[in-house]
Design a protein around this ligand. Structure first.
Ligand SMILES: Cc1cc2nc3c(=O)[nH]c(=O)nc-3n(C[C@H](O)[C@H](O)[C@H](O)COP(=O)(O)O)c2cc1C
Length: 332
């Protein structure tokens, strides 16, 4: 990786694959890397599961030898648990440790963690300080805008996180109530960036195409972007945004889908992997003009053979879909 100025975690114009719970495992990140993505995260890991040493969290923390950059993300709202989790992570190798202040799901929110922590600055800062005290990794935070119109509470929290050593801030321009849809507030992301001029601010939310990436950069002034739903089943988006790649041809699409699912089988075994593969294959099919019978087939995947049958007959009915995802040459 090119030498970055001291204290700089991501270079200008970096495109980062978001932490995605239930998705960004080793197999998912390999697929992204095959399409040129250089900055990835683990799924969020509950700090309490590290405290009580669950097997699932060990799998979530795995890192490939050729992963140059991997951020790990913790979620939790008990400073003592976060501190213990941070110490345990010190035995492994990560590029940074991120605190989740944005997760909206009730299971997390009801424990006062994720987005609820973003609304409780005093506790949020204590949690961050607990990590800062124990972790050997650079610390970052990912949060949502706190208020839909007023930038002040978001800017205030970010400023205090940076004062306590946050080396980068990712800001999702939607409130907790919006979950993952609806218009992104560019103005508050811009206000955050302007409030912490020496710290990289990564803009997140609604980036699904080179056009929406450009709009995000223009309206927020942030060159660094984090991609989430736009890249799900669509890792080619990284190359399309930075100009190094394009949508896949049919054979390239099939090869990537197959290698992704085979990697999942190596990780989890065939039975468990194929259950999980259903949603992954759905995402790969989405918006590319494939006939709907393939979606039904994806929902029933139970063995690698079923995937091979699906791929054998996969052919998009239309070549350019309105969603902007496409198969370049359906006659490939
Ligand atoms: C299925 C799913 C899982 C997610 N898991 C996480 C997570 O583990 N940690 C996190 O910080 N955000 C998580 N997010 C939020 C995304 O990282 C991102 O902030 C959000 O989807 C907005 O970006 P987008 O509009 O480009 O999708 C998740 C989102 C989705 C849809």
């Amino acid at each position: 990786m090119k030498q970055l100025p001291e204290n700089m975690i991501y270079p200008e114009n970096a495109l980062i694959l978001a932490p995605l719970s239930g998705y960004t495992d080793v197999a998912y990140r390999r697929a992204a890397r095959r399409c040129g993505c250089r900055f990835c995260f683990t799924e969020m890991v509950d700090c309490s599961s590290l405290v009580y040493a669950s097997d699932r969290s060990a799998l979530m923390l795995r890192r490939d030898d050729d992963e140059d950059f991997l951020g790990v993300q913790l979620v939790g709202a008990i400073p003592e648990h976060l501190a213990i989790a941070a110490e345990k992570l010190n035995d492994r190798d990560f590029s940074l440790l991120d605190l989740n202040l944005g997760c909206p799901v009730p299971k997390v929110w009801n424990k006062g963690a994720g987005a609820a922590l973003g609304r409780n600055p005093e506790l949020a800062l204590r949690c961050f300080e607990a990590l800062a005290e124990k972790s050997r990794f650079p610390l970052t935070a990912k949060l949502r805008i706190v208020h839909a119109q007023d930038p002040a509470p978001t800017v205030d929290l970010v400023t205090k996180l940076v004062e306590r050593g946050a080396r980068a801030i990712t800001i999702h321009g939607r409130t907790r109530e919006m979950f993952y849809t609806g218009e992104v507030n560019f103005e508050i992301i811009r206000a955050v960036r302007e409030a912490v001029p020496g710290t990289p601010v990564i803009a997140n939310g609604g980036i699904v195409s080179p056009e929406t990436a450009r709009e995000m950069r223009e309206k927020t002034g942030c060159s660094r972007l984090m991609l989430a739903q736009g890249a799900m089943g669509n890792p080619w988006l990284f190359g399309r945004i930075d100009g190094t790649g394009d949508d896949p041809g049919l054979e390239a699409w099939k090869a990537l889908v197959r290698s992704h699912i085979c990697d999942m089988i190596s990780l989890y075994g065939e039975e468990s992997a194929m259950r999980c593969a259903r949603k992954i294959v759905h995402d790969y099919l989405k918006g590319r003009g494939f006939p709907s019978c393939l979606r039904a087939q994806a929902s029933a995947l139970a063995a690698l053979k079923d995937l091979d049958d699906l791929l054998d007959i996969a052919k998009p009915a239309v070549s350019r879909s309105p969603s902007g995802r496409s198969i370049i040459d359906p006659a490939d």
